[in-house]
Design a binder for this molecule. Structure first.
Ligand code: DHB
Ligand code: FE
Length: 279
């Protein structure tokens, strides 16, 4: 059977992708940020996941205000890097896993969570920056990826509670897939940041550090935090953190923390990163 071996969470700041693509990772501004991912790059080489179930949000690249699904699962064969206004990032296309994605869609929808099935879409920095942080710059990505897009851009976002319970349903789906696959679930976005309005530039280190602790040790309690608390404490884009709860819901109650990293700032954002193993 397929098994969820680990969860990874990381911020997905677009400027990190630009630093990688333009050879700036050793610049004084960026070096401390990339140092926080050195362990992760070694770790994932050993782990060799077959499939990454990658929870991210689309930033008006594949979807527009014409159509905003709350939860969308990518069931296609391949997903190209989106052009976000300055050309597509020079990264390989993402190869999907249509069989596992279709299985998860049917299992989770019959388990009472409504998903939008997407057979064709481009994937933006929300997905490609975490890929680059963990896998570097290979000619082809070393595993299949199932993109899972969550609306945190247009109000109202899904609650943290719903995301956590959805993660549990995704776990049940993966556990019941009849193929021997090593699957990781990733949650991206956050940590505290606000890109607009009078509070633009907001960072809340106390909130972030508390979130990093509680998502490891007390996720059920953390999942009950209302969405308005994310916005008030972590900024309007801090709401991206609900996506980490999908990752956490897909893991065991008790996990082994392999790595924790926190760094301020990268662009406008507080960067957080966790690696949690299911054993
Ligand atoms: C930034 C961070 C994000 O999460 C994002 O989606 C866009 C921009 C930033 O810090 O600049
Ligand atoms: Fe974002």
């Amino acid at each position: 059977m397929a098994r969820v071996t680990a969860g990874v969470s990381t911020s997905h700041v677009p400027a990190i992708g630009a630093a990688i693509d333009n050879g700036k990772t050793r610049d004084p501004y960026w070096q401390p940020l990339f140092a926080g991912y050195e362990f992760s790059r070694r770790w994932i080489k050993q782990e060799q996941p077959d499939v990454v179930f990658l929870v991210y949000n689309d930033h008006a690249s594949a979807f527009s205000l014409d159509l905003v699904p709350t939860f969308a699962i990518g069931c296609g064969e391949q997903f190209a890097s989106a052009d976000e206004g300055w050309g597509a990032r020079p990264v390989p296309p993402v190869r999907g896993h249509p069989e596992l994605a279709a299985h998860i869609a049917q299992s989770v929808i019959q388990d009472d969570f409504d998903l939008t099935v997407v057979n064709r879409m481009d994937v933006d920095h929300g997905l490609t920056v975490p890929m680059s942080l963990l896998f570097g710059q290979p000619r082809a990505w070393p595993c299949r990826v199932i993109p899972f897009a969550v609306n945190v851009v247009l109000y109202p976002p899904p609650s943290g509670r719903r995301c956590y319970l959805l993660g549990q349903a995704i776990r049940r789906a993966i556990d019941s897939f009849d193929d021997d696959l090593n699957v990781q679930v990733w949650g991206t976005g956050g940590m505290s940041h606000q890109l607009q309005g009078p509070r633009a530039g907001l960072i809340n280190q106390d909130f972030d550090r508390d979130f990093l602790e509680r998502i490891v040790t007390a996720p059920d309690e953390l999942s009950r935090m209302p969405h308005i608390d994310y916005v008030r404490e972590a900024g309007s884009e801090g709401i991206e953190l609900v996506m980490w709860l999908i990752m956490r819901g897909a893991l065991n109650d008790k996990v082994t923390q392999k790595h924790r990293f926190y760094h301020v700032p990268a662009s406008n954002t507080a960067v957080g990163h966790l690696i949690l193993e299911n054993r």
